[in-house]
Design a protein around this ligand. Structure first.
Ligand SMILES: *Cc1c(COP(=O)(O)O)cnc(C)c1O
Length: 353
């Protein structure tokens, strides 16, 4: 059985969190002389002279409506990366505990582990990019605190089998983090509705991808109230700035626009896959539930340089284990995708000479 006290670091359990001026007085007032802010205003003519809401309730309440989950089960971070870092700082003792990652996958889990001096046990995906359940079971020991599952996975693009994730959630006593950065593009549904079922579940999502707000740095974690309280205790008091909160709230009114972009991106993805299949040096296109595709070619370096020369940048993943020969290509606008295809076809021609 999962019990948060078994994995929470002792220093975090005993931590007295920073108490800000905004924590100590929450009522209505007309004169605020409690936070050493500039009472005269800001040069920007907005209320940026005031500290922002430390718990971002307006944004969370709107997200609660959109996601169908209570606001108390939501944490907002300065990107998902902040949520990942807090997981290490709250639950993993440096030099003692370990986490499991399932490569090829998102690089931040390992970087964050290294920063926090936490051992990473890598259990590679199978060649079909699904979980190696036996190897995961073998890798777990009494110091394993977190298993990171990225679904849809970056850079492979596929969703992880739901039944396998549920098996881990039901049988593993540590935290199971499901990174759903690309869930909006997926045929699979989110695990958010499973939060009531599994107390060890943490779901990561972000405004950086489908919501088109990578520049604002707003990531989300969904988890039990008990876990969210730990996040809030450890985070810097004002981790989401006022401008980001205001703009995120404004953007979250435009659900229809986002849904249209998602539909268009998915349609473009399928079109691009169909077109790429016709190109002889494209050896394989992996099925994608994301806004990118992983494409195996005979000459990834040559194609990458050829595209760069034409001002088109893709991600070279050809050195990554299990992604040999692969480029990761983000789905662009229809016009960008046409230009990409033309550029690729011109490589095909020069290659023949
Ligand atoms: C892009 C991405 C994120 C998003 O990170 P932010 O810090 O929220 O921008 C998280 N996880 C994965 C797997 C990603 O590819």
């Amino acid at each position: 059985m999962f019990n948060i006290d078994n994995i929470l670091r002792k220093n975090i359990k005993e931590l007295v969190p920073y108490s800000s001026a905004r924590d100590e007085f929450k009522g209505e007032a007309s004169i605020f002389l409690d936070a050493n802010e500039n009472s005269y205003g800001s040069p920007l003519n907005r209320n940026y002279n005031r500290y922002p809401d430390p718990l971002q309730w307006k944004v969370k309440n709107r997200l609660a409506e959109i996601k169908g989950v209570p606001a108390k089960n939501i944490f907002l971070g300065n990107g998902s990366d902040e949520a990942i870092d807090i997981l290490f700082r709250a639950f993993c003792n440096p030099g003692v505990d370990n986490v499991i990652t399932l490569p090829p996958t998102y690089g931040m889990y390992e970087v964050s582990a290294n920063i926090n001096d936490v051992e990473v046990r890598k259990v590679p995906l199978r060649t079909d990019y699904q979980l190696n359940m036996e190897a995961i079971a073998e890798a777990i020991d009494e110091h394993t605190r977190i298993i990171f599952i990225c679904s849809p996975n970056n850079p492979t693009g596929n969703s992880i089998d739901r039944q396998d994730i549920e098996t881990i959630l039901a049988n593993y006593n540590g935290l199971v983090v499901i990174d759903e950065a690309y869930i909006n593009y997926s045929r699979q549904k989110t695990f958010i509705q499973e939060l009531t079922e599994y107390s060890n579940l943490v779901i990561l999502q972000t405004l950086s991808k489908a919501w088109g707000l990578a520049g604002l740095r707003v990531g989300m974690a969904f988890a039990s109230e008990e876990i969210i309280e730990i996040f809030n205790k450890v985070k810097p008091p004002y981790n989401i700035n006022e401008a980001s909160q205001e703009l995120a709230l404004e953007a979250l009114q435009n659900v229809d626009q986002i849904n249209n972009w998602i539909k268009e991106t998915v349609a473009e993805r399928e079109k691009l896959i169909a077109e790429l299949t016709q190109i002889p040096f494209v050896l394989k296109i992996y099925p994608s539930d994301a806004n990118f595709i992983l494409v195996k070619t005979g000459n990834p370096k040559g194609i990458y340089s050829h595209l760069v020369n034409l001002g088109i940048i893709v991600r070279d993943r050809s050195k990554v284990e299990l992604c040999e020969g692969c480029l990761r290509i983000t789905i662009g606008t229809p016009q960008e995708n046409i230009e990409l295809l033309n550029a690729l076809k011109s490589f095909q021609e020069s290659d023949k000479i």
